[in-house]
Design a protein around this ligand. Structure first.
Ligand SMILES: *[C@@H]1O[C@H](CO)[C@@H](O)[C@H](O)[C@H]1NC(C)=O
Ligand SMILES: *[C@@H]1O[C@H](CO)[C@@H](O)[C@H](O)[C@H]1NC(C)=O
Ligand SMILES: *[C@@H]1O[C@H](CO)[C@@H](O)[C@H](O)[C@H]1NC(C)=O
Ligand SMILES: *[C@@H]1O[C@H](CO)[C@@H](O)[C@H](O)[C@H]1NC(C)=O
Ligand SMILES: *[C@@H]1O[C@H](CO)[C@@H](O)[C@H](O)[C@H]1NC(C)=O
Length: 267
């Protein structure tokens, strides 16, 4: 009798321990995955220069609300309306700079100087830049892998960038600069966020001029006469003055390393 009871205990321990380990590992894995994204979000938010004006707890909450517990292929742009409202831009609207296919060069340029501001320099742009996320119906977690691709469907990442780009373009005023890539065949790509969203939001007289800086390298592919840039002018609201300049990448880099020079002198 005594022996049998010991045997039963052993069996219970033998089966219980491994399943407990699995349960702990799964819970820990999910928790770690979740807190890693949330922690990264909150860390970047708190590191943002002027974060004192922002409430990162509230911003996280508004962000999460847009996609959590929802089909990751059915997240419309306006799901982020309250997030955008919770984190308004605070730079001077006339410093707004746009880019397409010149991200790294623009980032190097705006990083050290405060006379030009790209979307990636704003709170939402800097917090979510380079991150991947999505939710799932029936689940309150944030996933960072297995999310729909950029062109796959109406997904949380693409809708976020579309929504925040819309707000960024609506915010821009006076003389707007756009840095485009002269080393590719079509510098004004109709599929780009710049062409499909931002340019269409420039309204006269809020925006007075658009200055395209076409970045060239030694082996330049395109110049300011390119037909895609003619299309760009057709998209522009009447009254907005258009200008295009070809500027070498070396000149822009030189400007990045001399933040004391006014940007206008760079092109
Ligand atoms: C930040 O927002 C959270 C959630 O909306 C709120 O509970 C908290 O009081 C706010 N903090 C400050 C400092 O306003
Ligand atoms: C322009 O595009 C080419 C090809 O994708 C890339 O190699 C180059 O770095 C881009 N130029 C800039 C200034 O980003
Ligand atoms: C472009 O040419 C200049 C000199 O003509 C050279 O110093 C520079 O390294 C070249 N840049 C590239 C990207 O080839
Ligand atoms: C611009 O590029 C076209 C070909 O794409 C060329 O025919 C033209 O001479 C170039 N213009 C200038 C000013 O370099
Ligand atoms: C210029 O723009 C047109 C139309 O957008 C494009 O098809 C063409 O290949 C571009 N590039 C050059 C170098 O001509």
């Amino acid at each position: 009798m005594e022996k049998k009871r010991t045997m039963e205990k052993k069996i219970i321990i033998v089966t219980a321990v491994p399943s407990l380990v699995i349960v702990v590992a799964v819970v820990l894995g999910i928790t770690l995955g979740k807190t890693t994204f949330k922690q990264e979000f909150e860390y970047r938010c708190s590191m943002f220069e002027s974060s004192k004006k922002y409430n990162c707890t509230e911003i996280w909450h508004e962000f999460e609300k847009a996609y959590v517990n929802q089909d990751p292929c059915k997240i419309p742009m306006n799901a982020y309306d309250s997030l955008v409202a919770a984190a308004p831009f605070e730079h001077a609207c006339k410093k707004t700079m746009f880019w397409s296919k010149t991200k790294n060069l623009v980032h190097d340029l705006t990083e050290n100087r405060d006379d030009v501001v790209a979307l990636e320099d704003t709170l939402l742009g800097s917090v979510l830049g380079g991150l991947h996320w999505c939710g799932e119906k029936g689940n309150s977690d944030t996933f960072t892998s297995g999310c729909p691709g950029w062109n796959e469907c109406v997904n949380p990442r693409r809708s976020f960038w579309s929504r925040v780009s819309t707000a960024f373009a609506d915010f821009a005023c006076d003389d707007v600069t756009a840095m485009l890539n002269g080393s590719i065949d079509t510098p004004f790509d109709p599929e780009s966020i710049f062409a499909s969203i931002e340019v269409k939001r420039f309204n006269y007289p809020r925006v007075k001029s658009l200055n395209v800086v076409l970045v060239t390298q030694n082996k330049t592919v395109t110049n300011c006469t390119n037909a895609s840039l003619k299309d760009l002018q057709k998209y522009l609201d009447q009254g907005i003055t258009y200008n295009c300049e070809e500027v070498t990448e070396t000149q822009i880099q030189d400007c990045s390393s001399h933040p004391e020079k006014p940007c206008g002198a760079c092109w």
